[in-house]
Write a protein that binds this ligand. Structure first.
Ligand SMILES: Cc1cc2nc3c(=O)[nH]c(=O)nc-3n(C[C@H](O)[C@H](O)[C@H](O)COP(=O)(O)OP(=O)(O)OC[C@H]3O[C@@H](n4cnc5c(N)ncnc54)[C@H](O)[C@@H]3O)c2cc1C
Ligand code: SF4
Ligand code: SF4
Length: 398
């Protein structure tokens, strides 16, 4: 059964047509009509002021794992014995989710020569670490890592699995989701629990970043999500915290179909935006490429790095390596200064985790002020030089 539009109630206002993300609605003779592109997403029904639209509930049979699956897992990515910061961030978030569900937090560690890493995972909040320490896992390999992780999932049946949206995670995790016959929400910016249904609410930008969608996976387990670095806050590290270690033996026949001959590290010519404690970002309000001189001056004065909006990058005022946002870098510095940045949702998802946000914009209604801790309405070419002068004055006094 498809969407039902009550002809008696429909006034032909067209609001549902604009709300449909799939162009499945049109107005014919001042009445809304639905076509074959409809996915039964339900967005139109919420929008109709006359309550003229009924969208049938889609019942999907839950597989048998949904009832029995237990535990929150974090894939603890490592290379050469080093774990990226996102692992600590995921364990912090995983701990909160596990506590809410009243279950254990597990970490999965695959590699060779992993001494020391298990203790670190316990310190970061894991109750149990599933560790496969084998020479065959020394170099990351999609095939074998996927095989081992999917087997672990089948054996232990976690209800949630989180991983970093790193280059390694983006390569491995979709394969694992396919092998485990479950869904995956990539690049989540928010994770929460629906306490009634015990479902993971996975929020991420959708439809070109124009809306924030909350996605659920009601009928398969584990519920899998990837999260970009610097989006979640890391949890408290408790030195000496202990947990349960579950070693995993590989089978003699476990061999990757491909062989990694050599790993060559790319020369990193990226701006160190991700780890920076201070980021000063310029937007289209700078007017032209030379406007970034002021941004560079302020970044230097504050000991920070230069960021940019996509608007400024698209105008070719600065390189893409500086871009902050959905299609750029995600940053969470102590101080984020935005000069002439409107605050589009695609920009906000890349910086709203910053501790303190200062925005200068001459439009009092600019959305950047919704997330700013300190907002200054004014011409950036007057305000920023005044701030710089005061900064120099204070430094001189010191
Ligand atoms: C799929 C997709 C992905 C995207 N990814 C990203 C992304 O990763 N990062 C990103 O930033 N954007 C991204 N965008 C683009 C985003 O939607 C916005 O278009 C962009 O962020 C706007 O850049 P801006 O704030 O520099 O420019 P504008 O929106 O033009 O804002 C300029 C601001 O400067 C202010 N201003 C003008 N003159 C002055 C002055 N003299 N003093 C003070 N203020 C002044 C104006 O009031 C205005 O608010 C993406 C868009 C899409 C569709
Ligand atoms: S929003 Fe409701 S009233 Fe308006 S055109 Fe659509 S169905 Fe009709
Ligand atoms: S249910 Fe979704 S896809 Fe179908 S008409 Fe409504 S908004 Fe469009």
């Amino acid at each position: 059964m498809g969407v039902i539009i009550d002809k008696e109630l429909c006034t032909g206002c067209g609001q549902c047509v604009d709300a449909c993300p799939f162009e499945a609605l049109e107005l014919i003779d001042d009445q809304a009509r639905v076509n074959d592109a409809c996915t039964l997403c339900g967005a139109c029904a919420d929008e109709c002021p006359e309550e003229a639209i009924t969208v049938p509930e889609v019942e999907r049979a839950a597989d048998e794992r949904t009832a029995s699956a237990k535990g929150v897992w974090v894939y603890a990515e490592q290379r050469g014995g080093e774990m990226p910061e996102v692992v600590a961030e995921l364990l912090g978030q995983g701990r909160r989710l596990a506590d809410e569900l009243g279950v254990e937090l597990g970490a999965v560690l695959l590699g060779a020569g992993l001494d020391g890493l298990c203790g670190e995972l316990f310190a970061l909040g894991a109750d149990v670490v599933y560790a496969a320490d084998d020479a065959r896992l020394e170099l990351f390999n999609d095939d074998l890592y996927c095989e081992v992780l999917a087997r672990l999932i089948a054996e232990h049946q976690p209800e949630i699995l989180l991983a970093g949206a790193t280059s390694l995670g983006r390569s491995l995790i979709p394969r694992v989701a396919t092998a485990a016959s479950t869904g995956l929400t990539a690049d989540c910016t928010g994770l929460a629990i629906d306490p009634d249904k015990r479902l993971l609410l996975q929020t991420r930008p959708a439809f070109g970043g124009n809306i924030m969608a909350t996605i659920v996976c009601p009928s398969a387990r584990p519920q899998m999500a990837t999260v970009r670095p610097r989006v979640m806050k890391r949890g408290e590290r408790v030195e000496g915290r202990e947990g349960r270690l579950v070693p995993l033996e590989l089978k003699p026949e476990d061999q990757a179909a491909t062989e990694v001959m050599e790993v060559v590290r790319a020369i990193d010519d990226q701006v160190n935006l991700v780890g920076a404690e201070v980021v000063v970002t310029g937007g289209r309000g700078l007017g032209k490429a030379e406007g970034f001189d002021l941004v560079r001056e302020m970044a230097a004065a504050l000991g920070g790095v230069v960021g940019a909006t996509r608007g400024a990058v698209d105008a070719e005022w600065i390189g893409h390596a500086h871009q902050v946002g959905q299609t750029g870098r995600t940053v969470a510095p102590k101080l984020y200064v935005a000069l002439g940045v409107s605050g589009a949702v695609q920009h906000l998802v890349g910086m709203q985790g910053s501790d303190t946000i200062v925005a200068i914009n001459n439009d009092p209604n600019a959305p950047i002020f919704d997330v700013a801790h300190y907002g200054i309405v004014g011409d950036l070419f007057e305000v920023a030089p005044a701030m710089l002068a005061r900064l120099k004055q204070l430094r001189g006094q010191a």
